[in-house]
Design a protein around this ligand. Structure first.
Ligand code: UT7
Length: 333
């Protein structure tokens, strides 16, 4: 009997309507379009407006579209994993809230927190549930309302992040397609360079934490940049080597969209040309757990059954990793 693998059988993204341009940011902080474009590659990002809106709303929109597109009823879903760095609340999990909103009454649900690597870690985790034969239909959704933790007076972070979500359906296959391999890494000593201080058990919310701006992203950009360039390139090269893939064998690199310069460095190390790199950072910025599924969603019509695809991510923690998968269906399905 051939081995069961987890294949992606559908993908759907969702971004909110409001477009925050570099021009508008110029009115908020001392920055300019030229600096942002040349240092990061971002031209605009989407923002979820409206009081009481949350990451679960982004994730719900993506999943509702995914269910419709794949002709799947919410009751059929066994498990929903939500990768998010901006949960609706500390608890319950955003996945539980999303499961309720979409009517996935038979699913169990939980969040995975690995900052910008969360979607990748979640796909690797979900694939194991499929490979063991335990579950048949799993949704992994990456959803982040980054604007809820961005300080729009801090020019070093507010230019990067945006809101968005993407969801995939994973199902079993015996055709040898789908998730082939994954490399997942973390190094918690990197936490000093990228974190949010307030609101957790170490520094519960007080008037003082609000006054200190402890509920916003803190990032020391340079060390994060250096670690991201090295780590993302290392794991992307390693996964190619151990699966005996040459650059010609790789159809697409799907990198986390944190900074175009990090993406370029990863592609260079892999020997993969720009024409094989999914890049939409100019439109959406860094949507944290949304970046990789939003790319796959936008490129879906160009993907063909059997395409070798490498996913790669780096984020707070530090966390990083790569996944090698074979795309399971032809475009325009
Ligand atoms: O997804 C999670 C992981 N995160 C990442 O991968 C992000 C990694 N880091 C980065 O992408 C980059 O470090 C940033 C985009 C955050 C910053 O770019 P940088 O090239 O590392 O800039 P820098 O922080 O070294 O700053 C260079 C200069 C500074 O001015 P001085 O001190 O040289 O006079 C900054 O004050 O650029 C200044 N600067 C800006 N100028 C205009 C910083 N932000 C801005 C800005 N507009 N928005």
């Amino acid at each position: 009997m051939s081995k069961i693998t987890a294949v992606i059988t559908g993908i759907q993204g969702y971004v909110p309507d409001y477009i925050l341009t570099n021009k508008e940011l110029e009115t908020l902080v001392d920055t300019n379009d030229e600096w942002i474009t040349s240092r990061t590659g971002v031209k605009e990002r989407r923002i979820l407006k409206g009081e009481g809106t949350a990451s679960s709303d982004l994730g719900t929109k993506a999943i509702v579209g995914l269910l419709k597109k794949t002709n799947t009823s919410a009751e059929e879903i066994d498990l929903i994993i939500c990768a998010t760095a901006t949960p609706d609340m500390l608890f319950p999990s955003t996945a539980c809230i999303i499961a309720d909103k979409v009517g996935a009454i038979n699913a169990f649900a939980y969040d995975i927190m690995a900052a910008c690597s969360g979607f990748l870690f979640s796909v690797a985790t979900a694939s194991k549930f499929i490979e063991t034969g335990s579950y048949k239909k799993i949704i992994v959704v990456g959803a982040d309302k980054m604007s809820s933790i961005v300080d729009y007076t801090d020019r070093s972070t507010c230019i990067i992040f945006g809101d968005g979500a993407g969801a995939i359906l994973l199902e079993p296959s015996k055709e040898g397609l789908g998730i082939q391999d994954s490399i997942l890494r973390s190094d918690g000593s990197g936490r000093e360079f990228l974190h949010m201080k307030g609101g957790g058990s170490q520094k519960p919310s007080t008037h003082e934490t609000v006054d200190n701006k402890d509920h916003y992203i803190f990032q020391d950009g340079q060390p994060v940049f250096k670690a991201a360039v090295k780590s993302m390139a290392d794991v992307s090269e390693e996964i190619m080597e151990r699966n005996k893939l040459t650059a010609d064998d790789v159809a697409w690199l799907v990198p986390h969209q944190a900074n175009k310069r990090i993406i370029d460095a990863t592609a260079r190390r892999m020997g993969v040309g720009d024409d094989k790199v999914m890049l939409n950072i100019q439109k959406y910025g860094n949507t944290t757990n949304g970046t990789i599924p939003l790319c796959l969603w936008e490129w879906e019509n160009q993907l063909n059954k059997g395409d070798n695809i490498i996913l790669a991510a780096f984020g707070g923690g530090f966390t990083w990793g790569s996944i090698y998968l074979k795309w399971a269906y032809d475009s325009n399905n």
